[in-house]
Design a binder for this molecule. Sequence first.
Ligand code: 6GU
Length: 286
Amino acid sequence: MHWQALRCKALRAAAPTVALLMRECEYMRFDVLTLFPEIFSGYTSQSLVKLAIERGLIDVQLHNIRDWAAGRHRVVDDRPFGGGPGMVLKCPPVVECVEAVQRGDKPPVSDVEDGDVEDGDAVDNVVVDGRSTLEPGHLVMLTPQGRRLSQPVVEELAQHRRLVLLCGRYEGFDDRVRQLLHPDELSIGDYVLGGGEVAAMVVIDAVIRLIPGVLGHEQSAVDDSFSTADRWLESGQFTRPREYRGLQVPEVLLSGNHEEIARWRREQSLQKTRQRRADLLPPEGK
Ligand code: 6GU
């Protein structure tokens, strides 16, 4: 584990109540509960996420819901009562997986002879005086029925030190999962995905950019589309060469006049937003 994560752990262990009240260290923990943890391997070994993990700024732990399913066949889904197409994710494995992960427990010891329950799911749980230093975290359920993800929602999620992301598959969860666990139900848009995994990656990707130290250049999180004070679209960017296939870089950007450049970018940004996303502007159109 990286020194920064260790430092945070040490701080939390020393003063758990203070650590709960203040975000005195910039470290965020993600737990992903899924039937397909392999989907995340490319993503977590990719540059920005990998760097953030290496720098000890974030941790992404994957948990296979199937590890909490009972019986020799570890069945996680069943046919819907009342009929209808597809399969529904059963309550017991899902609820028990969420509760165990929130407590910081490892998966139950497999009663199947094979040892394919990946051990060292490294729940990374430091116990001090019999208490876990891991807080239960904010439970998010990825579902097309959730409230829609937007930059303000991302900013809200980034306030938590631990997010537990529950990914569904098939036709969804038994509704009692929601009734029992009261998750923050989130959707990433008005279309249907095959499962919550891609949506969970979207959440992680958007949230970690807001953690100081992840981008390296923190201003970019502020400048980006939807993150500016007005949440307008970003103006176009240019880099060398100055001319490419007859297309010139706008003269103002070469002027060195920062005030003028800022004004130009703001105008471009407003114009682009008017043309493409008038819904982002106040009703009067400014
Ligand atoms: Cl979070 N899950 C699924 N299955 N479909 C979606 C979604 C989530 N967000 C938009 N579509």
